[in-house]
Ligand binder design. Structure first.
Ligand code: PLP
Length: 389
């Protein structure tokens, strides 16, 4: 036959395999810290109240499902701007479009980079979200590494990151997690953001900011502070945004790509390229999730309710971090980290032992989702970790 031709089999997604193994485990008291989504203390990933209400209004009021356009929902795109960029008014220098999730935004950003500068190399932190490399490689970009965190000591290696980025060429791009780093939870502080931004400005390195967890770290403004410093200082940049975690909309695939250019004329050219790339990829993004976000953000009462629910998610994650830090001094660094994820300094063998001996599930990297724990399961979890030593 014609298939498989030049195709070789590809490895299955290891997180999906982990979910299957967890489900099949019959032990009472098993713990899943492998999952990549928020969970409440009952283990659910609920639909937010504000989302339910927005959906009711959409179902009642929507009169057509005719096509939008490759830019998606313009009201959604505008409504997010003050949340992301705060008071900064970038005017006609800021363009962009709705995308299928943060993933779609990253993919479009990568393709845009490959178009405007085929020689550009993209600097990616180590470690990073495992999907970053495949997305960037799919656009044909050459990837360079900067080491920004040491899992063994749970410390940022900021000097090493700066050192690596000081070797970037003019026109290179640096991918940075805006907040709540996945998978290590360690974010730069304001002094570090400023230093990094200054270096990138001097060397002509374009920031590509991945902001997928705004509001799940310290707060909406706090979590955007690094991105704002970068864009303000460098004056140009790309920002891939996801509403899938902070609105709990995961499967609706809600994201946006923002591009800040030096001048309005350049921004116009960038925008026409983004629209062309979108048409060649997905033509136009799905409507429902972005419409939900638009409805929420354009009604002050609904927006306030969303902020309350977001704060509940954030406080729960912070609470779990504090409980872990209090329970074992070796887990103390987790208190100062942000967002749903941290990566424990475990070997793949130790991860396998936790699964086999204790029914605790996490990927071989040692990444844990704090939202997979509760006050009730923390003693079991901490005890299991201690048993490894
Ligand atoms: N960037 C990071 C760091 C992520 O962790 C994720 C999702 O896990 C994404 C981007 C993509 O988000 P989305 O589900 O909106 O595509």
């Amino acid at each position: 036959g014609l298939f498989p031709g030049g195709l070789g089999p590809q490895p299955a997604d290891s997180l999906l395999a982990l979910i299957g193994a967890f489900r099949a485990d019959r032990r009472a008291g098993k713990i899943d810290v492998g999952v990549g989504v928020y969970r409440d203390p009952q283990g659910r990933t609920p639909v937010l109240r504000a989302v339910k209400e927005a959906e009711r209004r959409l179902v009642a009021g929507q009169e057509t499902k005719a096509y939008l356009g490759p830019e998606g929902d313009a009201g959604f795109f505008e409504a997010l701007k003050p949340i992301i960029f705060g008071d900064a008014d970038h005017g006609a220098r800021l363009v962009g479009l709705q995308t299928p999730g943060g993933t779609g935004a990253l993919r479009l950003a990568a393709e845009l980079i490959a178009r405007f500068n085929p020689q550009a190399r993209i600097w990616v932190g180590e470690p990073t979200w495992p999907n970053h490399h495949p997305i960037l490689q799919a656009a044909g970009l050459e990837i360079m590494a900067y080491q920004h965190f040491d899992v063994a000591t749970q410390r940022l290696t900021f000097a090493r990151a700066l050192d690596a980025l000081s070797r970037a060429r003019r026109g290179d791009v640096a991918l940075l997690h805006g907040c709540c780093h996945n998978p290590v939870g360690a974010d730069f502080d304001m002094t570090q953001w400023r230093e990094l931004a200054q270096l990138m400005r001097e060397r002509g390195v374009l920031p590509l900011i991945d902001l997928a967890y705004q509001g799940l770290g310290r707060g909406l403004d706090e979590d955007a502070a690094g991105a704002r410093i970068l864009l303000e200082t460098v004056g140009e940049g790309l920002l891939a945004y996801s509403c899938d975690k902070n609105f709990g909309l995961y499967r609706e695939r809600v994201g946006a790509l923002y591009a800040l250019a030096g001048e309005a004329a350049a921004a116009g050219v960038v925008q026409s390229n983004l629209l062309a790339l979108a048409r060649a990829n997905w033509s136009m993004p799905p409507d429902h999730g972005a419409a939900i976000v638009r409805v929420i953000l354009s009604d002050p009462a609904l927006a306030a309710d969303w902020r309350t629910e977001l704060a509940e998610m954030r406080d729960r994650i912070r609470g779990i971090r504090a409980l872990l830090a209090d329970a074992d001094p070796r887990l103390a660094p987790l208190r100062g980290q942000q967002g749903m994820f941290s990566t424990l300094p475990l070997t793949p063998q130790q991860v396998a032992r936790l699964r086999d001996e204790r029914g605790i599930y996490m990927p071989a990297s040692g990444r844990i989702n704090l939202a997979g724990l509760t006050a009730e399961t923390i003693p079991t979890f901490v005890d299991a970790l201690a048993s490894l030593r």
